[in-house]
Ligand binder design. Structure first.
Ligand code: ASP
Length: 363
């Protein structure tokens, strides 16, 4: 368990100079629960197991009307602000739904052109404003480091409140990584668990934040092999490989995606993140067909293999695969709602109540 350090006892200059691993203890509560949820590095195996178990309990409790009534009472005294200054469908809606399930009231700013930012207000002042009215901020931004800066800033005001990172630039998407872990865990439940599996990442691994966060969480499961299949220009960052070296993880880096399919237990497809292309510069050159998964590839995928995708997809994942039982991306999407419920409930310390209800009514 991470031993808590206090964000209000460190300057932003010192905090921002720390490595992600060094920042992690500043993001937890003294009980070890997350306070802010900002980076994959702040989660450990224990916290992942807790969140996955909690997500399953919430998912089962939510099946009945009485269960939904119980859940919707848990945080009916809390309000959440969804501040998404970058496009989002699934993350936004699943957080919205998760808040509703737990009884939280929700407000949103998705279009800063109708907020005071158009009058010249800085995003920092906007966040401080939200902090006056809400009990939690769930935030997506195009700027790397901004969510952390806001967490530091709010922790140093008279009204500190938790921030969840719902995607920060090209850097991190920790709650997507949580739902990916939950999906993998569920997928391999009857097949020896997540341990000893081979996970292949394919696509734009350089700018895809979901892979960067998930790669880290996978290091907590024994003997997982990670393969990064991408065109050279879009290959995974050295910082992620250094992290794997430090954790003693077995990995491969390749341009030949198709050759990796027969040995993969999980294939994690991603789209090209072309919104980050330099409009005046050269676009990365590659043949997208080499980095796509088609119905023909189903023939060589293991019978027990699974295909994930954080979505949205483009041509890299053929809709002809959608009805194959190994295509788990639709379930993955729904898992996002359950794991986000679990995370919010955990931040507000409601896990024991949920477990108690579950044991009394569903065990
Ligand atoms: N929805 C994911 C994200 O926000 C993946 C993507 O956009 O490609 O990072």
């Amino acid at each position: 368990m991470l031993k808590r350090k206090r964000l209000d006892e460190i300057s932003w200059e010192l905090f921002s100079a720390l490595s992600p691993d060094e920042r992690a203890p500043y993001l937890v509560q003294s009980s070890g629960r997350p306070y802010h949820a900002l980076i994959a590095q702040q989660f450990e195996r224990d916290s992942l197991d807790l969140l996955c178990d909690l997500a399953t309990r919430i998912r089962r409790i939510a099946k009945s009307r009485d269960g939904m009534k119980f859940l919707s009472d848990l945080l009916c005294h809390k309000r959440a602000m969804l501040y998404f200054s970058q496009p989002s469908s699934r993350t936004f809606l699943s957080f919205y739904a998760a808040c509703q399930i737990l009884g939280m009231r929700v407000a949103e700013v998705r279009d800063t052109s109708i907020s005071s930012e158009m009058k010249g207000e800085t995003p920092t002042d906007s966040v401080r404003t939200f902090g006056s009215y809400f009990d939690m901020i769930i935030m997506r931004t195009p700027w790397q480091g901004f969510v952390e800066e806001m967490a530091w800033m709010l922790s140093n005001t008279e009204r500190p409140l938790p921030i969840i990172n719902a995607g920060s630039g090209k850097d991190q998407h920790p709650t997507q990584a949580l739902l990916d872990i939950y999906t993998l865990q569920r997928s391999f439940e009857k097949n020896g668990g997540l341990e000893n599996k081979h996970v292949v990442f394919c696509g734009d691994l350089k700018r895809g934040r979901t892979v960067r966060s998930l790669s880290r969480l996978l290091t907590y499961y024994p003997n997982i092999r990670q393969t990064f299949a991408a065109p050279e220009a879009l290959q995974i960052g050295q910082d992620i490989l250094d992290q794997l070296d430090a954790a003693g993880v077995n990995y491969d880096v390749t341009t030949d995606f198709k050759a990796t399919i027969p040995d993969a237990d999980a294939i994690y497809m991603t789209r090209v993140q072309s919104e980050w292309d330099n409009p005046d510069g050269e676009k990365p050159k590659y043949n997208w067909a080499d980095y796509s998964f088609t119905a023909a590839d189903l023939l060589v995928l293991k019978r027990t293999g699974v295909i994930l995708h954080p979505l949205p997809r483009r041509q890299e994942l053929d809709p002809a695969c959608d009805n194959d039982p190994r295509a788990v991306y639709w379930r993955q999407m729904r898992n996002g709602m359950w794991i986000r419920c679990a995370l919010i409930a955990n931040i507000f310390g409601r896990e024991q109540e949920i477990t108690h209800y579950y044991m009394m009514n569903l065990k």
